[in-house]
Design a protein around this ligand. Sequence first.
Ligand SMILES: *Cc1c(COP(=O)(O)O)cnc(C)c1O
Length: 418
Amino acid sequence: MLDSNYFHYTGTDLSCDDVRLEELAGIYGTPLFVTSARSLIESYQTFEDAFKALSHFTCYSVKANYNLSVIRTLAELGCGCDVNSGGELYRALQAGVSPEKIIFAGVGKNAEEISYALESGVLMLKAESLSELRAIDRIAGELGKTASVAIRINPNVTAETHPYITTGDSKEKFGIDEAELPVVFSLLSRLPNIRLVGLDMHIGSQIFDPEYFVAATVKLLALFEASKELGFSIEFLDIGGGFPVTYDPLKPATPIEHFAEKLIPMLQPFGVKVIFEPGRYLVANASILLTRILYKKSNHTGKQFFVVDAGMTELIRPALYQSHHEIQAVTFHDETVMADVVGPVCESSDFFARQREISAAEEGELLAVMSAGAYAAVMGSNYNGRLRPAEVLVNGSQVKLVRKRETLEQLIQNELSC
Ligand SMILES: *Cc1c(COP(=O)(O)O)cnc(C)c1O
């Protein structure tokens, strides 16, 4: 069982803070995302404590969970935002984040997004190619603005994680190749509407070994020194995100303090402001996906299935990354059974667990799919005509509905019948 202060049994009932999940399902229906505000706050404070000796600024990577209430909860603590698209910028602004606390990333920003970011007055845009630098310069010129820009470097460090979430390797599309940096620096002197304010990297996600960060930071610092010699005065070094969380109690994540221990002494002597962009770290274990068992069945091999009312349309991580999510019965049972927990979507990859020892819950009972705060609701879809679920935010005994369940009308609202 995944140990959590925020999702715990009171007697035989699984609760979030002071609220029984059974009660939430009764009021809001299932599937339902339940987020603990206190868990979000604790994760942010733990992160900040770990790096407090370093002059830094933490920007939550909102793509991990962009519900306005999640962004707002973190922003109220002083956290900034890292956004990846015009849509995410809009969300961050709507959540009340001030633009000078927002950094705009993304490997393929279009002209509209670049204008939107410049007009909003974000802290900086990250450029990921020479062509993009030229585009930013041209658009800033048209708007009569100077664009603050960070160059995203591809440090060619292959972090050991799932291949779909490694981003700092030369094989991948992200960032500007180190070898191209001299060209970038000389180009910048010919781009009058750009001010180089930062160097940036992001090597991947769910990275357990701090040494990958160390290796990439060594490269970033060398480039920082090189930029100084060329007369640039860079204010920000952005180390990116990728800090790990525990999904499986048998594979506990490296504590954030171990990353801080390695990175602080490396970065401190340079006297530059460090930016971190944690996404998953802040939100993954703050939410669960609450789902009801529709049917139990078995086949001739004796294999058992729990068919539940949530699926890959709400949480695609098992299908996409073969990720492990703990599954807990909302009413505790002593006995367990070996079963697959599967959703209603017409795909064989629509499962939450395979051959897992599951609490012997009955049809009609609730299961909690744990660690569903990051890359879950945001990757949701309407595939199979599914309606996006409701989301609630719990704080102590207080419950707020922060996203309504989608309706059938919303499913077709943008379609025109010709
Ligand atoms: C996705 C992303 C992050 C956050 O990654 P996590 O693994 O969720 O911490 C940070 N920075 C950039 C540029 C990203 O694309």
